[in-house]
Design a protein around this ligand. Structure first.
Ligand code: WTA
Length: 642
């Protein structure tokens, strides 16, 4: 497969960019013409950011799995590896699925879904470990037009229940358990606990992975393997790919915002497919035959777009890894690179920082010469991490792509194109064609003056749509409008702050709203505080981020506790466990400080700015505290800082 829309030089990038802005409809129509459609669209774009309403490739009909599977087989690439699976335990046999084999498995499982009553438009929640059956389950949903919603394996029963309920899902696919380093993580028991609250779920399909005993409820739960056998006795019929409208929902993925519970970001079949594929081909500059290794979990958007849909639609070979970077030892990634001769390594700054801490010994004897490019995603990378990655992994020869994007944007929006446009350490650099970033002040005025450090600095917004933009938040369009399109009318607001230089390069500095980014995972402070407040001794709490060497941001909680604290250490553990139960272990606070009050304004608003400074240890830069209801509380909090 060649990629007619692959940009090959800086000049070409500039031409593409110009064209995409001046005449977006013809630009994207040309890109879309290189995909497989069951029926061509009538109109390319209909968009306004007020409602908001965004529609791409109107009345076009397609099925994304035909683009990810059938067309490559038709083109004679059926025997090429589509997915390589490296298990948690290096002693266990790895698996390779060619395009033909993946096609076969997806068809088989699509038939299982049909047999179990799943129909087009139904929501299916998927809570599995990183096993090859996870992509099979996802693609099988897409094959029959069911809307998948993958839930990351680290979320608690309560978080699952919230998502299943919000999505009104009637079907769940899970595993008995998952392997993570030396640990065996139960999954089905967590689903059982979640589903006590979700009476609408009709069927749970359970794959065997860890062979741990699980309860199987009569009439509701079935084994994956038994269902496959039934399809085999039917002679494995081929499942017709459902005809989907370009704007039909492909998936829902829940993500945290600054208020309330996580929201279900909705992506649609046509625009998302084009955007995931276009960015994969351009940002990574994928060359046929290369091995692409994205270390993300498929439970996050990065896994959706750059393990599955982007690479498969481009006919690439995508490597998925079940384990963790530090087990059996901190050389795990390098062993994988060496074993499969990986060409593209795409990971998160937090992983780089944690591996950096082990020094260079884990790299000894590992052949990394196959690597052509390195990538990062999920959070700002620090200079030290960038340099370590560049020098020791890329041997100072490989470009690093710093890809900025969000669950809501579907795939990358700001990034250099590997080896085509220049990298700049810690800068995401230039917008992709179709992407129009701008920086605004609090009132929404574009920043036109540079700061004293020579950069434009402001809140990052996007003007005009790209095909992969979210269409709505599931079941609550008003929430989508409020969250993204109401702060600055006419613009999409990202929630991030950024710098821009004179050449038009962007550097993302981090969230400017009440969202934390812990090890690349988004967690809302409101969500965290609600979870902490669920502990029966907690009266009130306030959560802020502080700089953490490995996680990027750590979680610092200030907690007002009722009654006497007999054992602070134990109470901290109790509160952490409560958060684990309500959200998941990823949200456990790193520090909990008990306080007798919180710094509030006279109108009762918590002054997080002051708490942030205290958490960071900037005790002499708290600013004006005289407007506080009780200025003395600040001294108490400062003195007892952890
Ligand atoms: C942050 C992950 C700096 C940012 C794909 C954004 C980044 C949030 C970068 C989205 C980057 C992502 N540099 N910050 N290259 N990439 N972010 O939805 O704050 O899990 O808003 O999507 O991660 O996180 P999400």
């Amino acid at each position: 497969m060649s990629y007619p829309f692959q940009i090959k030089s800086l000049e070409e990038y500039q031409q593409h960019y110009q064209k995409s802005i001046q005449d977006p409809e013809s630009y994207w129509a040309e890109v879309a013409s290189h995909f497989e459609w069951k029926k061509k669209w009538d109109k390319v774009l209909d968009c306004n950011f007020t409602e908001p309403k965004v529609e791409w490739f109107i009345n076009g009909k397609l099925n994304i799995t035909e683009n990810c599977l059938d067309r490559h087989i038709k083109a004679g690439k059926g025997d090429q590896p589509a997915l390589i699976w490296e298990p948690n335990d290096p002693e266990e046999h790895h698996r390779v699925l060619t395009y033909k084999e993946l096609y076969f498995k997806v068809n088989q499982f699509a038939q299982v879904l049909l047999n179990n009553g799943v129909t087009k438009g139904d929501r299916v929640c998927i809570y599995m470990g990183m096993v090859p059956e996870l992509p099979v389950a996802i693609l099988a949903c897409a094959r029959i037009g069911a809307i998948h919603s993958v839930i990351f394996g680290g979320f608690s029963a309560q978080s699952i229940a919230d998502r299943v309920t919000d999505a009104q899902a009637e079907y769940v696919i899970t595993c008995d358990g998952a392997y993570r380093g030396t640990k065996e993580i139960p999954l089905k028991p967590v689903i059982d606990e979640a589903l006590v609250q979700c009476h609408g779920v009709k069927r749970v399909i359970v794959l065997t992975r860890t062979r741990t005993p699980v309860s199987m409820i009569k009439g509701r739960d079935v084994w994956w393997e038994d269902e496959i056998k039934k399809v085999e006795t039917l002679g494995n019929p081929k499942v017709e790919a459902a005809e989907m409208d370009a704007e039909d929902k492909l998936f829902i993925l829940y993500t945290s915002g600054s208020t309330g519970k996580p929201k279900g970001v909705v992506h649609t079949c046509g625009g998302y497919m084009i955007w995931a594929t276009y960015t994969f081909v351009n940002v990574f500059q994928y060359q046929p035959g290369e091995i692409h290794f994205c270390t993300a979990d498929i439970g996050w958007i990065t896994g959706h777009s750059y393990i599955l849909y982007g690479p498969l639609s481009a006919g690439a070979t995508s490597l998925m890894f079940e384990g963790i970077p530090t087990w059996p030892d901190a050389g795990r990634f390098w062993d994988i690179v060496d074993k499969y001769k990986v060409n593209i390594l795409y990971t998160a700054p937090t992983a780089i920082r944690s591996l950096m801490a082990y020094g260079l010994q884990p790299l000894q004897g590992k052949d990394l010469s196959s690597i052509r490019l390195l990538g990062t995603v999920g959070e700002p990378i620090n200079e030290e991490g960038w340099k370590w990655y560049y020098e020791n992994i890329g041997k100072s020869k490989c470009p690093i792509i710093d890809t900025w994007w969000q669950t809501e944007t579907g795939a990358c929006l700001i990034s250099n194109l590997a080896g085509v446009t220049a990298h700049k350490p810690c800068w995401a650099t230039l917008p992709l064609p179709g992407v129009q970033p701008l920086l605004v002040d609090e009132k929404g005025n574009e920043i036109t003056e540079k700061d004293s450090d020579g950069y434009y600095k402001g809140n990052l917004c996007l003007n005009g749509p790209w095909p992969g933009i979210l269409r709505t938040t599931y079941g609550d369009h008003e929430r989508c409008r409020q969250n993204y399109f109401a702060t600055y009318p006419g613009l999409y607001f990202t929630g991030d702050g950024a710098l821009k230089d004179d050449q038009g390069n962007f550097r993302i500095t981090g969230r400017v709203d009440d969202v934390l980014n812990v090890s690349g995972h988004r967690i809302g402070t409101a969500e965290l505080e609600n979870a902490i407040n669920m502990h029966n001794g907690v009266v009130e709490s306030a959560v802020v981020a502080y700089q953490h060497d490995v996680k990027g941001q750590g979680i610092y909680a200030f907690v007002i506790y009722s009654g006497t604290l007999e054992n602070e250490h134990l109470t901290r553990q109790d509160i952490s466990l409560t958060v684990s139960k309500v959200i998941g272990a990823i949200a456990k606070p790193d520090k909990i400080q008990f306080v007798s009050g919180l710094p509030k304004t006279r109108s009762g608003k918590i002054m997080r700015r002051i708490l942030r400074k205290i958490a960071e240890g900037e005790l002499n830069q708290l600013g004006d505290t005289t407007t506080l209801l009780d200025p003395l509380i600040v001294d108490e909090i400062k003195n007892n800082r952890i």
